[in-house]
Design a protein around this ligand. Structure first.
Ligand SMILES: C[S@@+](CC[C@H](N)C(=O)[O-])C[C@H]1O[C@@H](n2cnc3c(N)ncnc32)[C@H](O)[C@@H]1O
Length: 440
């Protein structure tokens, strides 16, 4: 259990979360085998082996004995569990194993935590980096403050929920133990208003955010709004006390600003702005950044968003240069700094760091820096950081693989990777967040 993800060393074969219909077309069963699950793979699936390679078997744990019906190419099309491994626990949600949002609710807590931590250890090990990894900071259930749901108008009503694992099929959800009750309670009423406003057959992607000042609903769809629906949505926003509602790229109603607070500074979030998934996770990352950069005076915040790290650093007395590609988030940061009287402490620049990374001249004079790039990492930017003289770097990442690739560049450039703390921002999913500190 402590060594998942080793399956990559053997010939890979398809597994799958969306079993096809036995007997039909390319999924016609060609073989039935019995196997034992030996580990949990990188996507949270159980891993078994047969003569031809690795099989990925969702919702199993090490020690499970399974009978697998295999289709063409070795895809797993049916799983019968013959006996159970002792690491299995009852899942927290009735939608588990249908809804693709969670992959690991059935895994005993200690094994779950070890598996997530090992994902970071393995990713770094593949790049030849062997450091002690801190215990994972746990984020409890029921605190996710932002979800992205799919909606589909059908003849039987609107389906509102997450995609089934490995498929585009939506699972209509009635509960979600990961998510804040304030969001879950809205879902039946959101479904009802979508039934009134979404055109027949239309689809939408919907972000629901629980900010400090209340709920924001952003509906991305090409389903048009006529006047009657517009009026209905505004009335509904009143009924459910939304702060803001947007539809198809247009603000339908803003009843109050969508606000969050960091280090006592209130920020007005732009529509659909990036927000760490939970307040607890955001606080853990902010704590790590402030602690690692406590000895620095002049710092940069790269991929700054609306400035949760940069504003906290400025409030703690440092001079901050923030860089971010999204002008709306830059405006939010600048406005918040001005209102808080920190405009002399923090300066925010709109800049695409992939196409225009900060160069030696931009980095000169800094003694600390935090970067928090998207999943793909910061390959173009770390090349420049690796030849800089900045004493302390903090790297926040939601992808251990791209982080490890970038960490290798920094270490080859003479930095020492001193500390890595995994943060369980994405409870029961295979994703892991981490914060790391490098020093010259
Ligand atoms: C993971 S978020 C982090 C935001 C912020 N640090 C936070 O904690 O809320 C990554 C940010 O990088 C920005 N971004 C994405 N690509 C970028 C690029 N090429 N150059 C600069 N910023 C970029 C996104 O707009 C987003 O705000």
């Amino acid at each position: 259990m402590r060594n998942p993800g080793r399956d990559g060393h053997r010939k890979k074969r398809r597994g799958g979360r969306g079993p096809g219909k036995p007997g039909s077309g390319k999924n016609a069963p060609i073989r039935i085998i019995e196997a034992e699950i030996t580990a949990i793979g990188s996507q949270g699936d159980g891993v078994a082996h047969d003569d031809d390679g690795v099989l990925h078997v969702p919702y199993t744990v090490p020690g499970d004995r399974v009978r697998l019906t295999l289709g063409k190419g070795g895809s797993v099309i049916k799983v019968d569990r013959l006996s159970g491994g002792d690491g299995r626990v009852a899942p927290a949600c009735s939608h588990f194993a249908i809804c693709g949002g969670c992959a690991l609710q059935h895994v005993r807590d200690g094994d779950y935590e070890a598996w997530k931590r090992d994902r970071v250890i393995d990713a770094l090990g593949k790049r030849g980096l062997h450091v002690t990894i801190d215990d994972m900071i746990r984020i409890p259930p029921g605190v996710r403050r932002r979800v992205r749901l799919g909606a589909q108008a059908t003849q039987k009503g609107v389906v509102l929920g997450f995609k089934q694992g490995g498929s585009h099929h939506l699972v209509d959800i009635t509960e979600c133990p990961v998510t804040s009750p304030g969001i879950v309670a809205l879902l039946p009423r959101l479904r009802a208003v979508l039934e009134e406003c979404l055109a027949p057959g239309a689809a939408a992607e919907i972000s629901v955010t629980l900010a400090g000042s209340g709920l924001e609903v952003v509906v991305e769809t090409i389903s048009p709004l006529e006047m009657a629906e517009r009026v209905r949505l505004a009335q509904w926003a009143e009924e459910v006390d939304l702060a803001r509602l947007a539809w198809g790229g247009e603000t339908v109603v803003q009843r109050r600003a969508v606000q969050v607070t960091v280090s006592g500074i209130t920020v007005d979030l732009p529509e659909g702005a990036f927000l760490q998934p939970s307040q607890d996770g955001a606080a853990a990352l902010e704590g790590f950044v402030l602690d690692a950069l406590r000895g620095s005076q002049s710092v940069a915040d790269l991929y700054a968003g609306w400035g949760p790290f940069g504003l906290a650093l400025a409030a703690s007395g440092k001079t901050v240069q923030a860089y971010e590609s999204d002008p709306a988030q830059i405006n939010a940061l600048t406005g918040a700094a001005l209102r808080a009287g920190l405009d002399q402490k923090i300066t925010a620049w709109e800049r695409d760091l992939r196409h225009r990374p900060l160069l030696a001249d931009d980095l000169a004079g800094l003694d600390g820096l935090v970067l928090d790039p998207p999943r793909a990492g910061a390959m173009e930017q770390v090349g420049e950081l690796a030849i800089s003289a900045i004493a302390t770097l903090v790297y926040v990442s939601c992808n251990p693989a791209s982080f490890a690739r970038d960490a290798r560049v920094l270490v080859d450039g003479g930095y020492q990777l001193e500390r890595v703390t995994p943060v369980d921002q994405f409870l029961w999913s295979p994703h892991v967040e981490l914060a790391a500190m490098f020093r010259r």
